[in-house]
Design a protein around this ligand. Structure first.
Ligand code: 13P
Length: 228
């Protein structure tokens, strides 16, 4: 199965965790499924068979950083992955490339696999925007072992998805820059996930809203398992 990452953003509760764990109890998804709930819900997934990721991490292993969470602590709570540079954090929390590279480096030090989000804004040329965002990471360690999530900002939460040829072209463009795995994200649901996963250079999907509805998310995983 190609990789499926669920980014719950600032949503979800213990009930949603219980529902998902129950629904997936007999489903062998292993390393291909990564759930990224809010920090306080990470403990609910500690002994699950699928992978766990955090949505963000602090810029140091420990210290005087009020309100931040150490990647080392995330690792000890069972996380193997951490999302870095989601467009919402770039926009709402002013996270710039320097901060994101620091987060990347510290995540690697804590033995987490970074999922770096990139994507052009409404008016931007995708080549210029992606080159700029990715250039900052070209000197980091282990980039090829991390994951890049391509999320065009206009597709996040809007139902607007680029056509398959365009996704293929842009993901191939990113593959020309790095050999990391590339996911597509933005308005993925059960109606379009098969088409997206069948795009050859796409290695998986990053899902927001649709991952919050257990039945819908379960359908997505089943489709992903069977389609390629
Ligand atoms: P939606 O799937 O809700 O469009 O969100 C995409 C996203 O931002 C995942 O990180």
């Amino acid at each position: 199965m190609k990789t499926i990452v669920a980014n719950w953003k600032m949503n979800g509760d213990e009930q949603l965790c219980d529902n998902l764990i129950f629904k997936l109890k007999d489903f062998d998804v292993g390393q291909s499924l990564i759930i990224c709930p809010p920090f306080p819900l990470l403990f609910k997934f500690k002994n699950c068979r699928f992978c766990l990721g955090a949505q963000n991490c602090g810029i140091a292993l420990h210290g005087a950083f009020t309100g931040e969470v150490s990647p080392q602590l995330l690792r000890s709570l069972g996380c193997s992955y951490v999302i870095i540079g989601h467009s919402e954090r770039r926009r709402l929390c002013d996270e710039n490339d320097d901060i994101l590279v620091k987060k990347y480096e510290i995540a690697i030090e804590a033995n987490l696999i970074p999922i770096i989000c990139v994507g052009e804004n409404f008016q931007e040329d995708y080549r210029l925007a992606l080159e700029k965002q990715l250039n900052s990471f070209l000197k980091v360690r282990n980039l090829e072992k991390s994951i890049i999530a391509y999320e065009p900002v206009r597709s996040i939460g809007t139902g607007i998805i680029p056509d398959s040829d365009k996704i293929a072209k842009i993901v191939s463009f990113i593959k020309g820059i790095t050999s990391a795995k590339i996911l597509y994200g933005g308005s993925v649901d059960s109606s379009n996930v098969a088409d997206i996963l069948r795009i050859d250079p796409v290695d998986g999907v990053l899902i927001g809203g649709a991952s919050l509805r257990t039945e819908e998310f379960y359908s997505i995983i089943q489709i992903a398992k069977n389609c390629c």
